[in-house]
Ligand binder design. Structure first.
Ligand code: B12
Ligand code: SF4
Ligand code: SF4
Length: 360
């Protein structure tokens, strides 16, 4: 835990100067999107978050319930904070389309959600953000910035939307119109007052830096959501975890069952997990924005660390169901699969094996 001073004097920079600095630093450190939100800011979707908590839709993800006041307003605990910088880094260049994972003949690594097919983003993205921040600190005397990804008490998607990184899909993911939703997000709380920026709660049309621009549109059309009448993600979700009125019930999400839950997955819902071993990409793989991103004429290379899981080609699902703790530790340290713990990965593999057997 980084110890922060209680009082840090603000530093000022113009939007223009910050744009210039980010244009040099972000590509050098493989950050694809960056923006800023002025603080304090009353988040426009704060009610959604409160309802989500009140209705227990967070399942038993205790960490998201911690510090609710700080999550809504980081200046409650850090009165000195003037802005939150928000960063996006791609882990896939779109999704080529839906795949039936109950097919028998796919390698088990194809049953792992794309975000998890490489090194852990908590390491990779965080280091890249720290490098960008180091560059900013060198260029802006007096700048204090505290980077995090996932772990800071921030509603990262809300800030990313406000900072112009993309819109919020009905699948609840942050979607960039050209890059899709295969993006990790990270934040840095700063004492930077950026002049020439709108108030924090006013969504911006473009971020401060982007590897490619968003669709151009008049500022009056900055909507939270550009899904139109599409409901592909809601229709495709095998567990009805996406709510028709927007939002996600984490108690029903396969991502929760296979990554976050420590006990047994609900036996009466086992079939709904289908052929998924770790995480779930269904509501993203059916999304037209991701399919369009995958059809890009000139593909944009993805950060190499996110490419593929280290070679485990010799392993079969049955081996995973019987993998001992030492073997798990040796193979999966510093990968996202670590989060499932050995017993979680064995449980997931058993479920997939049973579902495959049932299908036969
Ligand atoms: C808890 C958590 C989960 C939970 C709950 C997810 C959820 N949707 O709430 C579970 C385990 C299910 C999960 C799954 C996944 N997660 Co997750 N998760 C988080 C975490 C740690 C907190 C999210 C949170 O606070 N949820 C509470 C709800 C209420 O907040 P919210 O979803 O952000 O929604 C806010 C707004 O977006 C808005 N809103 C929400 N939905 C809608 C819909 C409409 C129409 C509108 C207008 C507004 C709106 O209201 C909310 C209040 O501000 C964040 C990191 C972070 N600190 O933010 C990562 C994060 C959201 N996850 C991420 C990823 C990659 C995933 C998975 C893709 C992994 C996988 N393949 O299995 C799936 C995607 C499932 C999905 N469709 O969301 C990324 C998402 C990147 C992106 N492009 O959006 C994040 C940001 C992690 C990161 N640092 O990159 N996750
Ligand atoms: S991640 Fe899977 S289970 Fe969760 S909402 Fe999306 S499609 Fe449904
Ligand atoms: S699948 Fe359709 S409804 Fe769902 S997020 Fe994508 S565009 Fe929006």
């Amino acid at each position: 835990m980084v110890k922060r001073p209680t009082d840090i004097p603000e530093v000022e920079i113009s939007r223009q100067e910050l744009v210039k600095l980010l244009a040099e630093l972000c590509p050098a450190h493989r950050i694809d999107l960056a923006g800023a939100v002025a603080l304090p800011c009353v988040q426009p979707h704060r009610e959604r978050w409160r309802e989500w908590l009140a209705a227990d839709r967070h399942a038993d993800l205790e960490y998201v319930t911690r510090d609710p006041a700080a999550r809504e307003d980081p200046t409650q605990k850090n009165a000195w904070a003037q802005s939150v910088l928000i960063f996006g880094q791609r882990y896939t260049d779109g999704w080529p389309g839906d795949e039936d994972l109950l097919l028998r003949d796919v390698p088990w690594t194809d049953r792992v959600a794309r975000y998890a097919r490489g090194h852990d983003y908590h390491d990779v993205l965080l280091k890249d953000i720290k490098r960008v921040v180091k560059g900013l600190v060198t260029a802006i005397p007096g700048l204090a910035a505290f980077p995090s990804t996932d772990t800071g008490p921030y509603l990262e998607r809300e800030y990313a939307w406000l900072a112009g990184l993309g819109f919020m899909g009905k699948n609840t993911c942050l979607i960039h119109e050209k890059l899709g939703s295969g993006l990790f997000l990270g934040a840095a709380l700063t004492n930077l007052r950026v002049t020439g920026m709108p108030p924090g709660n006013v969504p911006q049309a473009e971020p401060l830096y982007a590897i490619v621009p968003r669709r151009r549109r008049a500022p009056s059309r900055i909507l939270a959501n550009h899904c139109g009448s599409c409901t592909a993600c809601l229709d495709a979700c095998p567990t009805d975890a996406l709510l028709p009125a927007g939002g996600l019930d984490a108690r029903s999400c396969i991502s929760t069952w296979t990554i976050e839950w420590r006990g047994q997955a609900p036996e009466d819902r086992r079939a709904e997990q289908g052929g998924l071993l770790f995480g779930c990409d269904i509501c993203q793989s059916v999304c037209p924005w991701n399919q369009r991103a995958a059809e890009r004429d000139t593909p944009l290379p993805v950060r190499e660390e996110y490419g593929v899981l280290p070679t485990h080609g010799e392993l079969k699902l049955a081996d995973l169901a019987a993998l001992n703790d030492d073997d798990f530790r040796a193979r999966f340290r510093r990968t996202p699969l670590w989060r499932a713990h050995p017993e979680g990965l064995r449980r997931n593999a058993e479920v997939v094996l049973k579902n495959l057997a049932d299908k036969e």
